[in-house]
Each structure stands twice: as structure tokens, then as C-alpha cells.
Design a protein around this ligand. Structure first.
Ligand code: AMP
Ligand code: MG
Length: 293
């Protein structure tokens, strides 16, 4: 498991002075591990996460909302597969957020997310999220016009208003026992180029390549500006952002797994224990079973 002092470097709980330039996508915290070591470490973290998730489920009080954001090829899908490898599928829900449907656009922008929030005892993973509303939509403001909003509500203040709405939404969640943990997979432009080329060249990955990805890649700077503004406005104590280096997949996965484990350990969910009456009932049931057929 990665130690707390390493995880701390990537956690932003107060976004006011946040600058993306202070975070290096290629950072591995000085760790120079071979493949076997990183594999073992990740397996260990995944097992720990699985064990804690079982307690979370049994305790049935808290829910964890894991938000994954990042540019194309940042590694969101692979991360879900590897970090959640030991989690019981019954206690974990994954929801991808794509271009909104007509039904979704006929509602406020948090509606579709609120329908699929994790229930108590569950880990919920949002693969992209309501944050797209201040990312892709901010980079392509013409998308706002497709959302059916009353024109008088589309003003220059709309992004600030959306940040405020998101902060209020997440505070409401935190106060209800749903803990938001938000991860920005911070990828470099050079590494994205490599990964897009790998998609084109590998027949098993070609289905993932989307011509639109190149159009978005051309908007690299506006996207980073949108990410920076978003983190500044929405990194809070109750819903921190983790700015995770994403150029080395093994490191990204270790940071995310250990950060979720750290939060779950702080929550410290417990298996329910039985009171004296319930224990007596249990003993009576045992006696009845043993005495009968
Ligand atoms: P992917 O995650 O690669 O499968 O792609 C999903 C696509 O849906 C991305 O290009 C997102 O930017 C897009 N998307 C997600 N949410 C929204 C939204 N609220 N408005 C417009 N596009 C969105
Ligand atoms: Mg894509």
C-alpha cells in the first residue's frame, strides 16, 4: 500500500490556490519498482479494498461515490477493472456518463447522476460524471444551446453557478452519508499520443478509437484550463479532488486504490453485532436445530 504521506501530495481539499502546473503527470513519487513489485502492491491494495467493502456493505450506513475524470486514454476503464478486482460485484455499481439523451437533457444537469447514486453499503463509480457539464460543455459552449435551457439562464455566470450547484449537491451527499472521492487522471499530451497510436495499431483496441478523440485532443489547452478552473472551484474538505499522475498506469492505480482504502479505514465500518436478546435467540435456534431432524 502506498503510505499516507505520498497520497497527501495528490489530495486537494481546498482548491483556492490550485495550479495544475504544480502537478507532474509523469510523477511516481520517486518509486522505481519492477513489474512484479507493482503487481503485488496493487493486488494487496485491491484485497484490502475488497475486505473493507465487505464491512461497508455489512455496516449499511455509508456509501462511497468515486468520480473518475480524465481526458481520453487517461486510463479510467483499466483502472476500474484493476482497482475493483477484489470487490464483490454485489456491492459495487459502475455508471458511465455519455452524451446525454433527450430524456436526460429534459432535466436539470444533476438529475441523471442523482438517479444512479450508490445506496448505503455500496461503492458507486462514475466513469465521467456531472463534471462533464463544466468540462466538455465549457470547452464546447454551443452544447449549452442543445440542452433546452431557457435562454435567459445562459449567462456568463453559468459556470460559476454550476460549480456552486455541484458543491451544494456534494455537501448534501456528504451530510447524508455518501462520501464523494473525486479523481482527475492527469495525463500528459505526449503520453496521450502514444496511447492513441496504440489504439490504432492494436486490433483489440481499435474499437476504442474514436475520430472525435483527435478533435478533443486539438483542444488540449482549453480542456486543461477547464479542469484547473473546476478543481479550484470544487475541491473541498467534504469532497476532495485527487490529482493523480496518469502517465504510468501502475502508479495511477496504486494511488487511487490506496486513497479509497485510506478513506474507508477512516470511516471504519463495522460488521453489525448482536445484542443479548438476539444472541439468546440464536442459541435457542441452535438448540432447536441440534435437537431436531
Ligand atoms: P467515452 O467516455 O470515451 O466513452 O466517451 C463519452 C463521451 O461522452 C465523451 O466524449 C464525453 O465528453 C461525452 N459526454 C459525457 N457527458 C457529457 C455531457 N454532459 N455533455 C456532452 N457530452 C458529454
Ligand atoms: Mg473515448
Amino acid at each position: 500500500m502506498l503510505p499516507a504521506d505520498i497520497l497527501k501530495r495528490y489530495r486537494v481539499s481546498d482548491g483556492r490556490n490550485f495550479r495544475l502546473a504544480d502537478f507532474d503527470p509523469g510523477d511516481t513519487a520517486g518509486l522505481d519498482l519492477d513489474k512484479d513489485d507493482t503487481k503485488k502492491m496493487l493486488e494487496q491494495s485491491a484485497k484490502r479494498l475488497g475486505a473493507l467493502q465487505e464491512r461497508l456493505y455489512a455496516d449499511h450506513r455509508w456509501a462511497i461515490l468515486i468520480v473518475l475524470q480524465g481526458l481520453d486514454t487517461a486510463g479510467k476503464d483499466g483502472l476500474i477493472e484493476h482497482v475493483m478486482a477484489e470487490v464483490n460485484p454485489q456491492g459495487c455499481d459502475v455508471h458511465p456518463f455519455k452524451v446525454p439523451s433527450q430524456l436526460e437533457m429534459d432535466h436539470d444537469f444533476l438529475w441523471r447522476a442523482s438517479l444512479v447514486l450508490p445506496r448505503r453499503g455500496h461503492l458507486g463509480i462514475f466513469n465521467r460524471s456531472y463534471y462533464e457539464e463544466v468540462l466538455v460543455v465549457r470547452v464546447h459552449p454551443n452544447l449549452l444551446e442543445t440542452q433546452g435551457l431557457p435562454p435567459s439562464l445562459i449567462t456568463k455566470d453559468i459556470w460559476q453557478q454550476r460549480y456552486e450547484d455541484i458543491n451544494a449537491f456534494e455537501l448534501h451527499l456528504a451530510r447524508s452519508g455518501t462520501v464523494p472521492l473525486k479523481f482527475f487522471l492527469n495525463l500528459s499530451r505526449a503520453e496521450q499520443k502514444k496511447r492513441l497510436l496504440a489504439r490504432i495499431d492494436n486490433p483489440d483496441k481499435q474499437w476504442k478509437f474514436n475520430a472525435g478523440d483527435l478533435k478533443e485532443r486539438a483542444l488540449w489547452e482549453p480542456y486543461l484550463e477547464a479542469y484547473e478552473a473546476m478543481i479550484r472551484a470544487t475541491a473541498t474538505a467534504h469532497a476532495p479532488w485527487y490529482v493523480v499522475p496518469a502517465d504510468h498506469k501502475w502508479f495511477t492505480r496504486l494511488v487511487v486504490a490506496a486513497s479509497i482504502v485510506e478513506r474507508l479505514e477512516a470511516i471504519d465500518p463495522q460488521f453489525p453485532t448482536l445484542d443479548d436478546d438476539a444472541l439468546k435467540e440464536l442459541q435457542a435456534a441452535r438448540a432447536s436445530l441440534c435437537g431436531g431432524q
